[in-house]
Design a protein around this ligand. Structure first.
Ligand SMILES: CCCCCCC/C=C/C(=O)SCCNC(=O)CCNC(=O)[C@H](O)C(C)(C)COP(=O)(O)OP(=O)(O)OC[C@H]1O[C@@H](n2cnc3c(N)ncnc32)[C@H](O)[C@@H]1OP(=O)(O)O
Length: 570
C-alpha cells in the first residue's frame, strides 16, 4: 500500500491543526513527540533542526489532521522560529525541571508567540498552549524548577495549562496531549489513549477511508483511529495557502457573528484584507522549500543544493550555482525594493538556508529591480503602525542583518542602483561592494527623515569608512554618488552599470582562492564585537525602536518625508 494514500484521506480545513513544540536544546521536545506518535523513547540525543510529522485521525466519522513541528532548541534560525510561531495553532512549550534557564526560556517563548500573533492583523487571540516540565523523573536533588512556581505562573495566564512529564518513563505524556486538545477544543480522541493506533494499509484505516470518502454510511469501523503518515512532509505552498485561507475565512466568519444575513458578502472586504496580510506572505515564505522530505517518519531539514528560486510571488530570489559554490540573492520588491517585514523575513530565511548549505561558499547580494539596489526600510512599516508590528518588524531587520553581517560566506554587494539607508546597511554588511557609476546614490540618510540611525548601523559604517567620515555622513544624512562613495571607501569598486555583475564575479575568484576556515575565523573575529553588541540587547533595541518611531514628533517627520517623496514624483 503506497503511503501517500494517507493524504488522499483529506481532512477538511476546519479539522487541520498545526502543533508546534518549542523549548531550549536538550529538554526533551523530540522525546515527547516520539512518545506521542510512536510510544518510543530514544536515549541518544541528536539535536533537532526541524522535524515535521503528520498524524491523521478518523473520529466519529470525520477526518482530522495534526501536523507537528518539532523545532530546534538552539536559535541559529530565528526566521524559521518566528514562522513556527505564526503558523502554529497550538503549542507545547517544554522546559526541563533540572534547568531553570530552560524554564525562563519558556516564559520568553510564550511572550514571543503572543507578540508574533498580535503582529498579524487576522490572528490576535492567544493560542492554546501547554507548558511541559519534562524530566520529572530526575532525582529531587537535581531539580531547579519548583512545580509550585510554574503552577502559580500558569494560573495567571490565559489559555495555558501545565503538567510535569517524563518522556523517558512515559509519565503524563498522554495527559499532556489530552489537556492541550481539551484546551484547544479538539476531539479528546486525538489523545494517544483514546484512539486505536493503526498503520497505513491497516484494514480498519482503509475501510474508514473509504467510508469517509465515498460511502459515509458504509460498513465503517466506528472506533477512533489514528495513523502516522510515514513520509510526512510540509504541505505544498499551494495547498497550505488554500487551507490557510479557508481557516481564516472560518475565523472571520466566527468574528462576524452569524446574525449578519449574507455572510459571503460580509466577508468580501476581509478576504481582500486577508489576501494582502503579512501572515499570508509569511506562510508563503514558510513553505518555499524550507523543509524538504528526507524519507522515514522524520523530515530533517535539508538544503536544496541547486536552486532556491522562490515562486514568482517571492520577494527574494535565490540562485545557487553548485559548480562554483556561489549563490546570487536578488531583492525583488518593485518599485524600489523597500524592506518590509515580509522581505526581511524572506531574506533571513534565504540567508539561513545558504548558511547551512555546505556547497555554498559565497553569496552575491543584488537586485532584480532595475535602477535600484534597495530604498531601505519600508517607511510605511514605521508610519502609523502599532507597537507590536513595529517590534516584529524591527526583530526581522535585526535577524536579517545578524545573518548577513555574521555570515560565514564571502558576501558581495552588486549595487546596480540607488542604495539609501537600510539599502546602504545591507551593502555595507557585505565583504565587498561594487557599485554602478552614474546617477545612483548611496548613504545613510536617516537624519533627513527626522530619525536616527541605530547604533548598529553606525557601528557598521564606522567599520567601513572610519570615525571622521561616519560622523559627517550620519549628521548630514549624506547621500553619495558612486565616485564619492569610492573616495571615502564606502564602496570598493565603481564600474559602468552593465559591468557590475561581471566585476563581482571576477573579484570573487580571488576571494574563493582563500581557504574558507582561515577566512571565516578572520572575518568572525573582526565582526564579533559589533555582532555581540546587538545580539546582547536585541529586545531592548526593538522596544526602543518602537517607542522612538511612534513618538508624535517622529511620526510627523515621517509623514512630511512621505509627502515630499510623493510631491517629488508629481
Ligand atoms: C532608534 C531607531 C530609529 C529608527 C531608525 C530607522 C532606520 C531607517 C532606515 C531606513 O532605511 S528609512 C528609509 C530611507 N529611505 C529613503 O529615504 C529612500 C526614499 N526613496 C527615494 O529616495 C527614492 O524613492 C529612490 C529610492 C531614490 C528611488 O527613486 P525613484 O524615482 O526611482 O522612485 P520613486 O518614484 O521615488 O518611488 C517609487 C515609489 O516608492 C515609494 N518609496 C520610495 N522609497 C520608499 C521607502 N523607503 N519606503 C516605502 N516607500 C518608498 C515612493 O513613495 C513611491 O511611491 P508611490 O508614490 O509610487 O506610491
Amino acid at each position: 500500500m503506497s503511503s501517500h494514500l494517507v493524504d488522499e484521506c483529506a481532512a477538511p480545513p476546519k479539522n487541520c491543526f498545526r502543533l508546534v513544540v518549542l523549548g531550549t536544546a536538550r529538554v526533551g521536545k523530540t522525546a515527547i513527540v516520539s512518545r506521542f506518535l510512536f510510544n518510543q523513547y530514544d536515549d541518544q540525543y541528536t539535536p533537532t533542526i526541524e522535524d515535521f510529522h503528520r498524524k491523521m485521525y478518523r473520529i466519529r466519522g470525520e477526518v482530522y489532521r495534526l501536523d507537528i513541528l518539532d523545532t530546534s532548541g538552539v536559535h541559529p534560525f530565528p526566521a524559521m522560529r518566528r514562522l513556527s510561531f505564526l503558523t502554529g495553532d497550538l503549542f507545547i512549550l517544554v522546559y526541563s525541571v533540572d534547568n531553570y534557564e530552560s524554564y525562563m526560556e519558556v516564559m520568553r517563548l510564550r511572550e514571543q508567540i503572543l507578540e508574533s500573533k498580535a503582529s498579524c492583523k487576522t490572528r490576535t487571540a492567544a493560542p492554546p498552549m501547554i507548558i511541559a516540565g519534562n524530566k520529572a523523573d530526575r532525582p529531587e536533588s537535581e531539580r531547579e524548577v519548583l512545580y509550585d512556581e510554574v503552577a502559580k505562573w500558569v494560573s495567571t495566564v490565559k489559555k495555558c495549562a501545565f503538567l510535569e512529564t517524563s518522556a523517558k518513563k512515559n509519565g503524563n505524556i498522554n495527559e499532556l496531549f489530552q489537556t492541550l486538545f481539551e484546551l484547544a477544543k479538539l476531539p479528546p480522541e486525538m489523545s494517544p489513549s483514546l484512539h486505536r493506533r493503526v498503520s497505513i494499509g491497516d484494514q480498519a484505516w482503509e475501510a474508514a477511508k473509504k467510508g469517509i470518502s465515498f460511502y459515509p454510511r458504509g460498513k465503517q469501523d466506528d472506533n477512533p483511529l489514528g495513523v502516522v503518515s510515514p513520509h510526512a512532509r510540509r504541505p505544498s505552498l499551494r495547498s497550505d495557502l488554500i487551507e490557510a485561507e479557508a481557516k481564516a475565512e472560518q475565523e472571520q466568519r466566527r468574528a462576524e457573528k452569524p446574525s449578519i444575513p449574507k455572510i459571503s458578502s460580509a466577508l468580501s472586504p476581509y478576504r481582500s484584507q486577508y489576501r494582502s496580510c503579512t501572515w499570508m506572505s509569511l506562510l508563503r515564505q514558510a513553505f518555499q522549500g524550507l523543509v524538504r522530505p528526507a524519507g522515514g517518519q522524520v523530515c530533517r531539514l535539508q538544503v536544496q543544493h541547486r536552486c532556491y528560486n522562490a515562486p514568482a510571488a517571492g520577494h527574494v530570489q535565490v540562485d545557487m550555482n553548485s559548480d562554483t559554490g556561489v549563490a546570487t540573492v536578488r531583492l525583488n520588491r518593485p518599485p524600489v525594493n523597500s524592506l518590509n517585514l515580509d522581505v526581511l523575513t524572506e531574506l533571513s530565511i534565504a540567508l539561513e538556508k545558504l548558511e547551512t548549505d555546505r556547497s555554498c561558499r559565497a553569496m552575491v547580494l543584488a537586485s532584480a529591480v532595475p535602477g535600484i539596489f534597495s530604498a531601505g526600510l519600508d517607511i510605511m512599516e514605521m508610519y502609523k503602525s502599532t507597537p507590536e508590528r513595529c517590534v516584529a518588524f524591527w526583530r526581522a531587520l535585526q535577524d536579517a542583518w545578524l545573518n548577513l553581517y555574521g555570515s560565514r560566506l564571502i558576501t558581495m554587494a552588486a549595487i546596480e542602483g540607488h542604495s539609501p539607508a537600510g539599502g546602504c546597511l545591507l551593502a555595507m554588511s557585505c565583504d565587498y561592494r561594487v557599485m554602478a557609476d552614474g546617477k545612483f546614490q548611496i548613504g545613510l540618510n536617516e537624519t533627513r527623515l527626522g530619525i536616527v540611525a541605530p547604533f548598529w548601523f553606525t557601528d557598521v559604517m564606522l567599520c567601513t569608512i572610519g570615525h571622521r567620515e561616519t560622523e559627517k555622513a550620519l549628521q548630514l544624512g549624506a547621500m553619495y554618488s558612486a565616485q564619492q562613495a569610492l573616495s571615502i571607501g564606502l564602496v570598493d569598486k565603481v564600474v559602468p552599470a552593465d559591468q557590475v555583475m561581471s566585476t563581482v564575479q571576477t573579484e570573487l575568484k580571488s576571494w574563493l582562492q582563500i581557504p574558507d576556515a582561515a577566512r571565516v575565523i578572520t572575518k568572525t573575529s573582526m565582526r564579533k564585537q559589533v555582532l555581540d553588541r546587538l545580539s546582547s540587547q536585541k529586545e531592548k533595541d526593538a522596544q526602543f525602536f518602537a517607542d522612538f518611531i511612534l513618538r508624535e514628533s517622529v511620526q510627523k517627520s515621517l509623514g512630511a518625508y512621505i509627502a515630499s517623496l510623493q510631491k517629488r514624483k508629481s
